[in-house]
Design a protein around this ligand. Structure first.
Ligand SMILES: C[S@@+](CC[C@H](N)C(=O)[O-])C[C@H]1O[C@@H](n2cnc3c(N)ncnc32)[C@H](O)[C@@H]1O
Length: 262
């Protein structure tokens, strides 16, 4: 899997700058015995962003941490073929996953981090009277989504070019947001989480978060591309989403369901 180079540069570069600043001495000069030119320091306000920049503990990460978890590199569009691999359905139990979502024909759904639309087009068949917003930040993936839309003749899929901190979703309009194997690489997870919460229908709108099980060493995926139930619950609670349940019937992934409160 290739790295998404543009986004990759942001984290480590910022981390180096932050570290360099942290190492600057607080007193740089003195004038005469006992006299200091340095103004008395006021304590920095507490950091409430939830983000931290530090050298990558895992080289597959961007050097940016959110609630103790290092964010992974974005999977570049060069990996598009892997998303459409022939044995994916069996390997990941994708039919089981789609069934467990319990969709209704008129539901409005967003597939965030849609990639080639492997799930978007399958979702579209389950909501023939509704629609699917297929969001991705890579223009190459949007081009792929448009090509697949024409090939599949599915008019109820709308590709949306998002930004790393904004999926461009309508407010309070979505019955379900699906995120498969993508959340761990969002480089602004807090902003994305808040935007998702706002886009869901109050009281009923759900988030379905699918991530490889971090608790299971037998899942053959690098640890930075996995997530534990505890971590996901912590991050979703921080943006106001209520945990519903963890569905553990998929071969390798958690299916975690959350709801926007009333
Ligand atoms: C590993 S792929 C998974 C694609 C798809 N969900 C699937 O399972 O076939 C992750 C995708 O998330 C996208 N992505 C990363 N950060 C994003 C963000 N903040 N908003 C939307 N998409 C994002 C990447 O561009 C990439 O296409």
């Amino acid at each position: 899997m290739r790295k998404h180079s543009v986004l990759w540069l942001v984290g480590p570069a910022a981390a180096v700058i932050a570290l360099a600043c942290a190492q600057l001495p607080t007193e740089t000069a003195t004038a005469g015995r006992g006299a200091s030119l340095v103004a008395p320091t006021t304590p920095a306000p507490p950091d409430t962003s939830g983000y931290e920049l530090a050298p990558p503990r895992d080289p597959n990460g961007i050097g940016k941490y959110y609630m103790g978890r290092q964010i992974a590199h974005v999977m570049g569009h060069e990996g598009a073929e892997w998303l459409e691999r022939r044995d994916r359905g069996q390997e990941e139990g994708t039919n089981l996953l789609l069934k467990a979502l319990g969709l209704h024909p008129a539901d409005v759904v967003a597939d965030i981090g849609a990639g080639t639309g492997y799930f978007s087009f399958r979702l579209a068949r389950l909501v023939p009277k509704g629609r699917v917003l297929a969001v991705d930040i890579q223009p190459e993936m949007i081009a792929e989504l448009n090509a697949n839309k024409a090939r599949n003749h599915l008019a109820n899929v709308r590709p949306v070019l998002g930004q790393p901190d904004n999926p461009h979703l309508p407010a309070g309009a979505l019955d379900l947001v699906l995120i498969v194997d993508a959340y761990h690489e969002f480089d602004h997870p807090r902003e994305m989480g808040r935007a998702i919460e706002r886009a869901l229908r109050p009281g009923t709108g759900r988030l379905a978060l699918v991530e490889y099980r971090a608790e299971d060493d037998n899942v053959p995926i690098k640890s930075i591309h996995k997530m534990s139930v505890a971590q996901a619950r912590k991050e979703m609670a921080a943006v106001g989403l209520e945990f519903i349940e963890s569905v553990e019937t998929l071969p390798q992934q958690h299916l975690l369901l959350f709801r926007r409160p009333k």
